[in-house]
Design a protein around this ligand. Structure first.
Ligand SMILES: C[S@@+](CC[C@H](N)C(=O)[O-])C[C@H]1O[C@@H](n2cnc3c(N)ncnc32)[C@H](O)[C@@H]1O
Length: 186
């Protein structure tokens, strides 16, 4: 017997095409390889599983890009039947693309900078994936106890910011090296 959540996970990894991430042998991301900004499939699976475990009433993503991460989080929330995602991007075309591929999922998509996203300080689950130089300001706004995934922590600069803002963290390997982090409640 296969658990029904597997159908939702399958949808979270269902895209018209995948491409090899440039400079790698077998790391794949949805969409294309010309403009490799999309979250890779293994981190999409991680996001889906973490949202199912955390069961957030409010999830926030900064930097939706073409919507892959938002879709994985939104489908995990839909599978739970509770919670909503608020995501954002500074690029109107990316907000539109995310709106298209996340139709009917429990989410709101706002064109703004992550640091200006009003619900961020209230979120129970956060995925930080905006511009490389805008993430520190977003990390500062995360509330204690919120489970946070920061993408691209294979960059030592970004991981240094993680260490400044969070008290606990697990830096995972991989092409983008996502880190799971949280601030211990005071
Ligand atoms: C790595 S991509 C996001 C990929 C996306 N999360 C996914 O799952 O595929 C980074 C995105 O952040 C956006 N961005 C850059 N600076 C930003 C900022 N200050 N606030 C919000 N979004 C920003 C870019 O337009 C780009 O779409």
């Amino acid at each position: 017997m296969i658990h029904p959540s597997a159908d939702w996970l399958s949808k979270a990894l269902d895209f018209p095409a995948f491409g090899i991430i440039p400079g790698t042998v077998d790391w794949q991301a949805p969409h294309e390889t010309e403009d490799p900004i999309t979250t890779e499939v293994d981190t999409l699976a991680l996001l889906f599983a973490l949202v199912r475990l955390v069961r957030p009433l409010l999830a926030v993503e900064t930097g939706c890009g073409k919507g892959a991460g938002a879709r994985a989080i939104g489908l995990a929330l839909a599978s739970l039947g509770t919670g909503k995602l608020v995501t954002c991007d500074i690029n109107e075309a990316y907000c539109q693309k995310t709106t298209e591929i996340c139709a009917n999922l429990p989410m709101t998509i706002i064109r703004c900078e992550g640091k200006d996203l009003g619900p961020l300080p209230a979120a129970d689950f956060v995925y930080i994936d905006s511009g490389l130089h805008s993430r520190g300001a977003e990390m500062a706004l995360v509330k204690p106890g919120a489970i946070t995934v920061i993408h691209d922590t294979n960059s030592d600069d970004i991981f240094t910011e993680v260490k400044q803002h969070f008290t606990k963290y697990v830096r995972l390997p991989g092409i983008h090296g996502p880190t799971i982090a949280w601030k211990e409640p005071k």
